[in-house]
Each structure stands twice: as structure tokens, then as C-alpha cells.
Design a protein around this ligand. Structure first.
Ligand SMILES: O=C(O)CCC(=O)C(=O)O
Length: 337
């Protein structure tokens, strides 16, 4: 009779086989690759890469000081989508009041860009982490005044993929904000303009190690009396990874001990190619704020990668971890009804 331990060892073999073959190698391109080289060496094998010296020509590289941004954008209203008391927006979070883990979504506020700069520069005190982190193509929507300081797409990547980006996003935050471990169905070219970003990466084959589970949603809201942000449970559930690679709890999440991270630190002027469905957690540091632009290209759904991830998710999180909601969900990404 086969038991669940046998099935677990099959998943573990799959994790290890990929690790044995690929190790933790990250290709470094000293200059922008040709589309063919990028396709062959990075996109097709679905491996991360760092690309140096590829966007030196962007005016943003020299122009985007806080002073300049304030002069052009200061009066414009922007969305600060990542306001949290602990720096973790969209993350599994324990609520001491209800004694439950939730999928915690940030408080989203609109403010003048100059007010956001005051918060980042410490001219206005805030108890919260404040992060400009909208992922809806925010650059052309909210930052059209500075959009022409960067390229509309990453030419060699567009050529390699045969498409233009689906979304171009503007990120501005500081070391208080961390993006929790997750994956996206996009090929991602992530360009650091100011400061430093550290990505902790895991390949899609390590889904087994991630302990993804389904959590009730909650959103941070300011208390009407104190103004402090607290969690308010809401309708809906979200499948999410509860492990923090910075401080993993191996008693609660033993399978994470088999995960093999690749840590990539990007400095100003460097770009990460983050392949579709790679798990990533992102930290940042830099005086007076960290700025990045990323280009999201729709992943190739004809490839076996997407259905393979869905299969693993249904088997592991759906059946073995008994989250039946996942089995009936057609959309394999996030929110569940
Ligand atoms: O920069 C960040 O904080 C997160 C970036 C990210 O998750 C992404 O580009 O998919």
C-alpha cells in the first residue's frame, strides 16, 4: 500500500534532480545580450540572469534624484499601495487579536507625491512602511510625467519573446518594505535605478518546499480612534506561501529545509531577468529611497511550465494539504471565492 510518505519522496526527488543538474548558477551578462543569446541562455531554460550596462542611456539613471522628482511630480496624486505596520504587504500574517493567520493586504492610500517623498526622507514621521508598489502598469498611468526617462520596453527581450510588455511598473520604497515570497505568471525584466535590491529566488520545481496554503483575506485599516493600522478580516481566501526565507520556521515548515535559494543583489544600473513562476522575496536598501522599474511580459502558456505548476499545486496543496477549494478553482493564480 502506498502512503503519503512515498508520494512525498517522489516530490523530493523531483526537487533534488533539478538542483543537482542546475545548481545555483546565475548567468551574468556584462552588456545587453542579443535577442538570440538571451532566448537560448535564459528564457528557454527558464533561468535567472543579471544584465549589466544595459540601460545607461536612460535619462532616469542620472535625473531621478528626489529633488528632480519632486519638481516634476510633487503635486501629482499617486497611489501608495503598500502601507503596513510591519513592512509586509500581501503576506501571511498572524493577527494577535483573532489569534489567526491571514493573507494580509496593505492599506492603500492616495497622496501627493511630495508627501510620499517627505515620508521616505523622514521629514514626516510615519509608524508604517510606505511603498509605491502598484502592479497595474503604474508607470504610464501615474508617472506619465517621467515616463519618457526610461525605455518603453526592453528591446532585446521584446524581440526574444516576440511581444511587448503587458505592464511597466514604478517601484519606490525603503528598507522597511519587504515583498514576501511569491511567484508571478510573467517574464520579468527588473531594473534598479537607485539603491539596492536583494532577491531571494527559488525555481518553480521547488513548489513542494513552499508549504503554500489557503488563507482568509484581511486588509490593514487605520483605527478610527488611534489611526494605527490593524487587520480587518474580509471575504475571500488567497493561496499564499507562509514561509519567510529570512527566518524560516523549519518546525512548522519542514519541507522548506530542502529548498535551495539563489540570492541576487542588484545595484544601481543592474537588471535582473526573473523568469516566469520563479518564487521570489525582495528586500531593499538605499539612502532616501530605492527606485526600480520592471517590465512584465506575459508568460508563454503553451509551454509545459504553467500546467506543471498547476498539477503540483493541486496535488500538494489541494489533495495532500486538504485545501479542496484549490481543486475547483479554474484560475490557478490567486484570489479564491
Ligand atoms: O521590488 C519588489 O519589492 C517586488 C518585485 C516583484 O515582486 C516583482 O517584480 O514581481
Amino acid at each position: 500500500m502506498i502512503d503519503s510518505k512515498d508520494i512525498e519522496s517522489i516530490f523530493l526527488n523531483y526537487v533534488k534532480e533539478y538542483q543537482d543538474i542546475n545548481g545555483t548558477y546565475v548567468k551574468i551578462y556584462e552588456n545587453q545580450p542579443t535577442p538570440l543569446e538571451f532566448l537560448r541562455c535564459s528564457i528557454q531554460p527558464n533561468r535567472p540572469a543579471v544584465i549589466k550596462n544595459s540601460f545607461e542611456h536612460w535619462p532616469a539613471r542620472t535625473r531621478w534624484t528626489n529633488e528632480y522628482l519632486r519638481s516634476i511630480m510633487g503635486e501629482n496624486a499617486v497611489t501608495v499601495a503598500g502601507m503596513t505596520p510591519n513592512g509586509y504587504a500581501d503576506a501571511v500574517t498572524f493577527d494577535p487579536i483573532t489569534q489567526k493567520d491571514y493573507f494580509a493586504m496593505p492599506y492603500e492610500d492616495r497622496m501627493k507625491f511630495s508627501t510620499f517623498l517627505d515620508l521616505i526622507e523622514g521629514k514626516q514621521v510615519s509608524e508604517n512602511a510606505n511603498y509605491i508598489s502598484l502592479q497595474n502598469g503604474s508607470l504610464p498611468v501615474e508617472y506619465s510625467a517621467i515616463e519618457s526617462d526610461v525605455d518603453n520596453d526592453i528591446e532585446w527581450c521584446s524581440e526574444a519573446l516576440g511581444k511587448k510588455p503587458d505592464a511597466v511598473n514604478f517601484w519606490f520604497g525603503d528598507d522597511k518594505s519587504v515583498t514576501s515570497l511569491h511567484k508571478d505568471p510573467y517574464e520579468n525584466c527588473y531594473a534598479v535605478i537607485r539603491g539596492q535590491k536583494t532577491f531571494v529566488l527559488y525555481p518553480p520545481t521547488e513548489y513542494y518546499c513552499m508549504h503554500e496554503s489557503v488563507y482568509q483575506n484581511a486588509v490593514y485599516e487605520p483605527s478610527p480612534t488611534t489611526g494605527k493600522l490593524g487587520l480587518k478580516p474580509t471575504d475571500g481566501k488567497t493561496p499564499w506561501i507562509p514561509v519567510n526565507p529570512l527566518n524560516p520556521d523549519f518546525t512548522k515548515f519542514p519541507r522548506f529545509s530542502y529548498a535551495c535559494s539563489i540570492t541576487v543583489t542588484l545595484n544601481e544600473g543592474e537588471m535582473l531577468y526573473l523568469p516566469a513562476l520563479w518564487f521570489h522575496q525582495v528586500m531593499q536598501k538605499g539612502d532616501e529611497g530605492v527606485i526600480a522599474i520592471n517590465y512584465w511580459y506575459d508568460m508563454d502558456y503553451n509551454n509545459i511550465l504553467y500546467p506543471t505548476m498547476a498539477l503540483h499545486r493541486r496535488l500538494l496543496t489541494g489533495i495532500m494539504e486538504d485545501n479542496k477549494e484549490l481543486l475547483h478553482n479554474e484560475d490557478d493564480e490567486n484570489e479564491l471565492e
